[in-house]
Design a protein around this ligand. Structure first.
Ligand code: AMP
Ligand code: MG
Length: 487
């Protein structure tokens, strides 16, 4: 559908063109009464879009795919995936569409994507829809992650559709406009591999290399270089998750990107009291995706990517397997190095401090935090005060005071830089009770709490008066928190 008043956006349809076997042209459902809930103006500008036009009725139609610029081909993308370890050969965008790619102000190609835009041929039993709460949740958490400096898909807007959606109760429907450097997933490769079409698999890999790792073309074995690049990107990404206490909640292979961006904010949550066994997702009964398991799961998912890539790695299968195993073997050391370097920064220690000194120091600290179920985020923020000689804020959080005092003495002897700590230890994260509060209010039509929460979490390192409640752990009566797969 096109209209004379439509906003001009130059969409490319590169995925649809290059990988047509994995792209079903499709249209978004028409929304009866679209209403803008939140628009990310800085991101719009980054994309070369005019925020004022996006706020007009034509702009809203663009944001939900009800008005498609000439030349754009919205598609539902095909992908496969292991969900909780079980393989599904055909998942795909059941309720999402790729509108196309736009070139941002830095010249980078970015996907514009809709979530909650109606049933597609991949919808299976689902209604293809999404509701206001979970779409705003993705908006808040992804933008918080971005502000924390962690690679992630972004959120451009959430538009309420005016259509009630049946969940446990009737809830207001919404569409999220998502931005990503691409939506290629481990599951995209699994899909191509399962199609038994080597040419398709090669084209998916070439597309991934061109968009994310152009340097790989110069490697002796470009497809191995692709795998190595994804492994390194994921090692770094998951290390960053761990260091802010982020729990993705549903690390299925279809929810792991090739770009190394965090994707698919469903049952995700931030850990409060430090405990590697922390699980919030109601569907993760066995704790497969518990906080402490995330590096292992990432490695497992990368093994699935390696399997999918095997025919491209070498003509001889045995040699292909050997190459994959060797490269995957790098993951653990890459992860550990990324994790320790960033943990040192959290502790205000320069990289020159010997790892043989810092490793045991870190292990002892984490044991103290676990023993006291200490609030992970506020502890590290308080610890910079200990570096300034003001012991009590952090000390008051642990149980074993003698052990903590001895620990602080050793740590301070390494001359930690308190200001540097405050630049990497956030004050504000999207704490679960605050997210729930904001989403409940928004579902009832009050966007005030959401807007305030966004003010706090989009400048996470900058402590500001008046925002004290956004820095505090959940009140006791918040209870055992559960998250639900974002439908
Ligand atoms: P997710 O858990 O969001 O990664 O989704 C897993 C798969 O289920 C994807 O193929 C989604 O497109 C599909 N899906 C999730 N919710 C719905 C829905 N309400 N309608 C149709 N498909 C859905
Ligand atoms: Mg998904």
């Amino acid at each position: 559908m096109s209209s004379p008043a439509q906003i001009h956006v130059a969409f490319d349809g590169r995925f649809a063109r290059e990988l047509a076997e994995m792209a079903i042209p499709w249209q978004a459902d028409e929304a009866p009464d679209p209403r803008l809930l939140v628009l990310n103006e800085p991101l719009a500008i980054e994309l070369g879009l005019d925020p004022i036009s996006l706020r007009t009725s034509e702009g809203l139609l663009l944001l939900i795919g009800n008005s498609v610029p000439d030349g754009a081909t919205p598609v539902a993308q095909a992908y496969a995936g292991h969900q909780f370890g079980g393989y599904s050969p055909r998942l795909g965008d059941g309720r999402a569409l790729l509108l196309g790619e736009v070139v941002d102000v830095d010249g980078l190609l970015r996907d514009l994507h809709l979530k909650g835009s109606g049933r597609t041929p991949f919808a299976r039993g689902g209604d293809g829809l999404a509701v206001v709460g979970p779409m705003l949740r993705e908006y808040v958490v992804s933008e918080a992650m971005n502000a924390l400096g962690i690679p992630t898909t972004r959120s451009l807007a959430v538009v309420a559709t005016g259509r009630p959606v049946q969940r446990e109760t009737l809830l207001p429907g919404a569409v999220l406009t998502r931005v990503a450097s691409s939506h290629l997933r481990v599951g995209s490769f699994q899909y191509a591999r399962a199609s038994d079409d080597l040419d398709l698999l090669r084209r998916v890999a070439d597309h991934a290399i061109a968009r994310h790792y152009p340097g790989a073309t110069k490697a002796e074995n470009p497809y191995l270089a692709l795998f190595q690049a994804v492994t390194a990107a994921q090692a770094s990404l998951v290390a960053q998750w761990m260091l802010v206490g982020f729990i993705h909640g549903v690390m299925n292979t279809d929810n792991m990107t090739i770009s190394g961006e965090t994707i698919d904010y469903g049952p995700c949550a931030f850990m409060e009291g430090f405990d590697p066994a922390t699980v919030y997702s109601s569907i993760d009964e066995a704790g497969r995706y518990a906080y402490g398991n995330q590096p292992l799961v990432a490695e497992w998912n990368l093994a699935r990517l390696a399997e999918a890539l095997l025919p491209l790695l070498h003509d001889d299968q045995e040699q292909a397997v050997a190459l994959a195993v060797e490269s995957l073997g790098e993951f653990r050391s890459q992860y550990s190095a990324a994790w320790l370097a960033r943990m040192k920064a959290k502790l205000g220690l320069l990289n020159e401090v010997d790892d043989g000194v810092t490793s045991p120091l870190v292990d002892e600290l984490l044991a103290l935090l676990q023993e006291g179920n200490v609030d992970y985020t506020s502890f590290f923020r308080n610890l910079s005060k200990s570096a300034r000689g003001q012991a009590e804020p952090a000390r008051g959080m642990v149980l074993d005071l003698a052990a903590f005092d001895a620990w602080v003495k050793r740590w301070r002897a390494l001359d930690p830089d308190a200001d540097a700590m405050d630049r990497v230890n956030p004050v504000y994260i999207p704490r679960n009770h605050l997210v729930e509060e904001a989403l409940s209010a928004a579902t009832l039509g009050d966007l005030g709490p959401l807007e305030k929460l966004l003010v706090a979490v989009t400048s996470p390192y900058d402590e500001r008066p008046g925002l004290e409640r956004y820095a505090a752990p959940a009140p006791e009566d918040f209870g055992a928190y559960r998250t639900f797969c974002g439908t």
